[in-house]
Design a protein around this ligand. Structure first.
Ligand code: BGC
Length: 414
């Protein structure tokens, strides 16, 4: 009985009803305006020096994608008629020493990976090669191929990088590794790359969104320049005590408040904090990964046996059915809130460009949360329908995989 009462209370505090979404949109619009006019809001609204591509860009290019636990190198051929050849992609895993060690170690590793990639695919090491670099962190752009890291997010803390031009740091490593003819021609955020990659093929695309380890979006302003919103830092939000405690215990208290309620880096941790009284063995931070949310919410078996198997893996051997049911509810409220907040943010961006939805908009979305969670994309779509009614048909959400590297290559070709 007590548990049921507790559950009702939790459901209520995590619910985001339509009036709250409408308030979110109003606040988001005013924060966007503040950011654009140089005020001190929570949205940075970074000018990217990039416009949408025309679809005629051509060439063979290399691209790098750094922003989560994987680092990718991609080779791409653009045909110039809104088409591209299937890219070559290699994934490399970042170790702790790259993520939280010295910046030089991180950038040297990147240069080594490029070399490995070139050798594997018989590309001449010393030859001139244009490179697009997707770097998925808040960067103050100074031009198309330069920009200083404002601050690390998503658990990165490699030293000597904040405040520095990341293209300069990469060029230094390229030189040290004998790749001085490999030149960074474009530096881009992953949202910008995603938007550019999708709009190369689909001219209606005007929003790029990432819902993965971190979260963020971009769109073209009236002057056509693409703005990197850095929406992960939006903070006009109603938080629960769980959110506040998570924030207090994080390495970047007071920052990335929206990201902490929406992205894969944190969702598992929010759910864990909800369920820890019942499942004491997961009492340590990080003990419940976001991907487990997908496992639990996909479990439709009668006795929640898949969840039981997962808990056994986490050394919780004798969970009661009621505990498993509670865990499933906890996962559901946390991920549903995330989906509705994501829908509110997407709606805010679209209506900034087109308040009455008089045109069609394709929203290109990439990221593990959107791609892998069994219900996330449907819940985002349902919330957008609730917000706009029939007009929601004008907003098309498309999963755009691997775009974050491709887009940087296209920008390098512009
Ligand atoms: C970063 C953004 C990035 C997003 C998605 C956030 O933590 O600040 O720059 O676009 O993650 O990767």
């Amino acid at each position: 009985m007590r548990r049921e009462k507790g559950l009702k209370k939790i459901e209520k505090t995590f619910r985001i009803p339509l009036p709250e979404i409408r308030k979110f949109i109003r606040d988001f619009h005013s924060e966007m305006q503040k950011g654009l006019s140089g005020g001190r809001g929570s949205l940075k609204m970074i000018h990217t020096y990039v416009e949408k591509p025309k679809g005629t860009e051509k060439g063979r290019l290399l691209a790098l994608d750094l922003g989560g636990t994987n680092f990718r190198v991609v080779a791409l051929e653009l045909k110039g008629n809104r088409k591209m050849k299937a890219p070559l992609i290699e994934k490399f895993v970042l170790k702790k020493k790259h993520i939280i060690g010295k910046g030089k170690v991180l950038f040297d590793f990147i240069a080594d990976c490029i070399k490995t990639f070139m050798n594997k695919h018989n590309m001449p090491i010393g030859a001139k090669q244009k490179l697009g670099f997707t770097f998925s962190f808040p960067v103050k752009k100074k031009g198309i191929a330069s920009g200083a890291l404002l601050r690390w997010t998503k658990g990165f803390s490699a030293s000597g990088v904040e405040g520095e031009d990341v293209v300069k740091l990469l060029n230094g490593s390229l030189r040290r590794k004998g790749l001085s003819n490999t030149k960074v021609a474009a530096l881009a955020n992953d949202t910008v790359s995603t938007l550019v990659a999708r709009s190369y093929e689909d001219p209606n695309c005007d929003v790029g969104v990432i819902l993965g380890t971190g979260t963020n979006a971009c769109y073209p302003e009236k002057d056509r320049m693409i703005i990197n919103i850095e929406w992960g830092n939006f903070n006009k939000l109603r938080r629960t005590s769980y959110d506040c405690e998570l924030d207090e215990d994080s390495g970047n208290t007071g920052e990335q408040i929206f990201e902490k309620m929406v992205s894969g880096m944190y969702l598992g941790e929010v759910a864990r904090r909800l369920a820890e009284d019942l499942l004491p063995k997961i009492r340590f931070p990080g003990g419940f990964k976001s991907e487990y949310i997908s496992v639990v919410e996909s479990d439709t078996s009668k006795g929640l046996t898949i969840t039981n198997r997962l808990l056994k893996k986490l050394e919780i051997r004798n969970s009661k059915y009621a505990d498993r049911k509670f865990l499933k509810e906890a996962c559901t409220v946390v991920s549903t809130r995330a989906a509705r907040l994501a829908a509110a943010a997407i709606s805010s961006v679209v209506t900034r460009m087109d308040p009455h939805l008089s045109k069609r908009h394709t929203v290109a979305i990439d990221g593990s949360v959107y791609e892998k969670h069994p219900h996330f994309s449907n819940r985002v779509k349902a919330a957008i329908k609730e917000i706009f009614g029939r007009k929601a048909l004008r907003i098309k959400l498309v999963l755009t995989k691997d775009a974050s590297a491709k887009g940087a290559a296209i920008i390098a070709a512009i």
